[in-house]
Design a binder for this molecule. Structure first.
Ligand code: ADP
Ligand code: ZN
Length: 729
């Protein structure tokens, strides 16, 4: 008997996924259990999912302690995973139970009543239909012949499980044994490798050696788009497979995963496991279980794939590591890039951070020797980074309602004549960012948020980009009630589409924006069509900046290169630099050289100049010096505290009190700034204020923050979110 095994009746501590941030005592069930087992335990009148976390504390009336109901038939949670969740909870100052929820987001896992049964539409029609019954049958009908667990059906229909069971008795829903999960096909590491360039071969060898060391390490794999980074890190994946270790590739956008999966199939002969919001529940359940049994060798996924129960994780690749979508901004606030490094350090795994434009954080970690650097210097197949020039908009003749400068028009005409593609980039969804009344000057805003409504002509509605609320475009001004005076101000991509169609009536024009598609699949199909030459001019938001491959594209025109430089965010320069380089990198992938033109009103702005000069090292060094001077990340530590309430007075009162009673922070030399209205001061009817805490690099920030916020009681109306390493400051 090992000490991690508990006999029937022994006291065990179980961490549940419920928001009680405590490990609770239970008695081990018939047959015993061990640390890491997934279990079902009674909690009040319910049965809930938990994990055996250790021995029970026994500081509770023993006669009241209940028994674990049963041990679930899934691989137990490994020690590394428990340590990872613990450390991640400590780092992000999140309750451990919330971390466990991230790790158990496999549908059906917590479905205690019937793990082995699945439900689908039956033949019979009940005599008596209720609203709840109709919902269940509608949901199952919507999903055709697919089957789901009891909990899934109930959740999708928004009814209790008893309704579903009732329908089973009547024959309207059929109940079957769940099929065993089919394992993923084996990937062959030696299937389709390409002959590598000398640069690539050296890089691949460096990564293979790092993997074979069996120790943790992080490599920043840097190189312009098209330099062959993917090819290199796939060699690292191959090595992990040969060693019998699992690999995970994180991508920032699920829209990109199709292209990537095809590439994996080419390289390894089979498709990998996928984990993201576009994957069906059945498939996700399969993925979770297979990963836990070590039967999925490679997972391609979104940031939440970090929380899968890997048995033997050897490699994590974070592609486009600088991408801001790696930061989860809802619920548990974590940055997947940082969590990947944490997870790998615990597992003795390697991390590869790939980017053409690394984050300043990663750049600084290379400088300080924490990460090794691997650089691919030339573009694969000889093409070089496009020429970048500014178009000084102060010198261009444009009427109101026009945004494509005469200089840019001339270049597009030239490409049309040569049969090459052009891309017009504007990082703004919708038709127009502002709708203003010409009679009274009123701007239409969201009722719930401190934000303007954006006109989406394609959807024929106004939309709030904060809360997603939409409403029909009014014909009468909501303020002065004058009719017919509402006017679109400023461009969005949809409006650019209109302008460009007017300028080039013969050209085939494609507007690429996430709003214009019903599904990720439809978007993917459209992108593939464009890549094959289905459009002459592409107009797009930042979705085109990310990794898509347009071989015939030779011109990029940026409509408003200054857009990201407005505002006071200290990261604005970094973001603009990355985005502009990324967009420019779309041009000239194949043999044809590319050209990028930036429309700007401030061509002498230092960031614009650094972009044009292509002086990356110079840019980073200047940016680093500035951040070091200001004592902000990556050279100092920061946390944001967001307080929100429907009552504006209440949030400012508490914010003010927190700023005054800051002794725990002062003890570690940290400073509090604020309270100030948060970057978006009202969202979904809740007023938000933000306090920013700044500390020195080595300071024990989390401990001080816990002690500090622990001093205050929140009314039921108030919410507090702590954001370690906020995106904007
Ligand atoms: P990155 O990830 O840096 O953007 P990729 O790995 O996607 O670059 O490579 C760019 C293009 O060049 C891809 O189409 C890829 O298939 C091709 N490529 C890269 N390396 C090789 C190679 N060694 N042999 C043949 N084609 C290659
Ligand atoms: Zn809103």
């Amino acid at each position: 008997m090992t000490d991690s095994f508990f006999q029937t009746g022994d006291l065990v501590g179980v961490l549940t996924t419920q928001p009680i941030n405590r490990v609770l005592d239970y008695k081990a069930p018939e047959g015993g259990c061990r640390i890491g087992d997934f279990v079902e335990v009674p909690l009040g009148p319910r049965k809930v999912l938990g994990v055996v976390w250790g021995a029970g504390k026994g500081d509770y009336d023993i006669s009241k302690i209940r028994s674990v109901v049963r041990v679930l038939d899934v691989a137990p949670m490994r020690e590394e995973m428990r340590v990872f969740l613990q450390r991640a909870a400590e780092y992000t100052l999140t309750p451990l139970s919330a971390m466990l929820r991230l790790a158990t987001r496999a549908p059906g896992l917590g479905d205690a009543v019937s793990m082995r049964k699945v439900y689908r539409l039956g033949g019979a029609v009940p005599d008596r239909m209720t609203e709840a019954r109709t919902k269940v049958l509608d949901v199952l009908r919507d999903y055709g012949g697919l089957s789901f667990t009891l909990g899934e059906v109930a959740e999708m229909a928004g009814v209790g499980t008893s309704v579903v069971k009732g329908l089973v008795k009547l024959g309207a829903v059929s109940e079957e044994e769940a099929p065993r999960d089919t394992p993923y096909p084996r990937l062959d590491p030696d299937y389709g490798g390409k002959a590598l360039s000398a640069d690539q071969a050296k890089g691949a060898e460096m990564l293979r050696q790092a993997l074979r060391s069996d120790h943790y390490g992080t490599t920043l794999l840097k190189g312009v788009t098209g330099s062959g980074k993917t090819e290199v890190y796939l060699e690292a994946v191959a090595e992990a497979l040969r060693m019998g270790r699992q690999a995970l590739v994180l991508l920032p956008e699920i829209a990109l995963s199709g292209e990537f999966i095809a590439r994996v199939e080419e390289r390894f002969g089979m498709r990998p496991a996928e984990w993201h919001s576009g994957v069906t529940m059945t498939e996700r359940r399969r993925c979770w279980r297979m990963v836990g049994q070590g039967d999925a060798q490679l997972v391609v996924g979104a940031r939440s794939a970090l929380f899968l129960p890997y048995q033997n994780l050897g490699l994590i690749v974070v592609d486009e590591e600088h991408d801001t979508s790696y930061k989860q901004e809802d619920g548990v606030l974590y940055n997947a890039r940082d969590m990947a490094v944490l997870r790998a350090a615990i597992n003795g795994a390697q991390v590869v951070l790939a980017s053409a434009t690394p984050s300043l954080e990663s750049w600084a970690n290379v400088e300080s020797g924490k990460y090794q650097r691997l650089e691919l210097t030339s573009r694969f197949g000889a093409a070089v980074l496009p020429d970048m020039t500014a178009i000084d908009m102060r010198a261009e003749a444009l009427s109101s309602g026009e945004w494509v400068s005469p200089s840019l028009r001339a270049k597009i005409t030239d490409r049309l004549e040569k049969g090459e593609q052009s891309l017009i980039f504007l990082n703004r969804r919708g038709y127009a960012p502002v709708t203003i009344c010409r009679a009274c000057g009123h701007q239409i805003g969201c009722d719930q948020c401190d934000a303007r409504m954006v006109e989406h002509r394609f959807l024929k509605r106004l939309m709030c980009h904060q809360c997603g609320e939409t409403k029909p475009m009014p014909t009468v001004c909501p303020s002065c009630e004058v009719e017919g005076k509402l006017n679109a101000v400023g461009p969005g991509v949809e409006r650019m589409g209109e302008e460009v169609a007017g300028l080039f009536p013969e050209a085939r024009i494609a507007v690429l924006s996430s709003d214009l598609y019903g599904s990720a699949r439809a978007m993917k199909a459209h992108i593939e069509d464009i890549a094959k030459g289905g459009a002459d001019i592409i107009i797009g938001t930042q979705i085109v900046a990310k990794g898509h491959n347009f071989p015939n594209l030779t011109l990029v025109g940026v409509i408003d290169a200054d857009l990201g430089l407005q505002g006071s965010d200290l990261r604005a320069a970094e973001r603009t630099f990355q985005l502009m380089r990324q967009v420019a990198g779309r041009a000239g992938r194949a043999e044809v050289p590319g050209e990028a033109l930036l429309q700007t009103y401030q061509p002498e702005h230092p960031v614009i100049r650094a972009i044009l000069a292509g002086d990356e090292e110079g840019f980073w060094a200047a940016e680093a010096a500035e951040r070091r001077g200001a004592g902000v990340p990556p050279y100092g530590r920061m946390a944001g505290i967001i307080l929100s309430s429907t009552n504006v007075q209440e949030v400012f009162d508490l914010g003010g009190e927190m700023a005054r009673r800051d002794a725990p922070l002062r003890q570690i030399g940290a400073q509090v700034f604020g309270p100030a209205p948060a970057p978006i001061a009202r969202v979904r009817g809740r007023h938000r204020v933000r306090l920013l805490v700044k500390a020195e690099k080595g300071a024990p920030l989390q401990a001080a923050l816990s002690e500090w916020v622990g001093q205050f009681r929140l009314s039921s109306n108030l919410r507090m979110a702590i954001d370690i390493d906020p995106q904007s400051f």
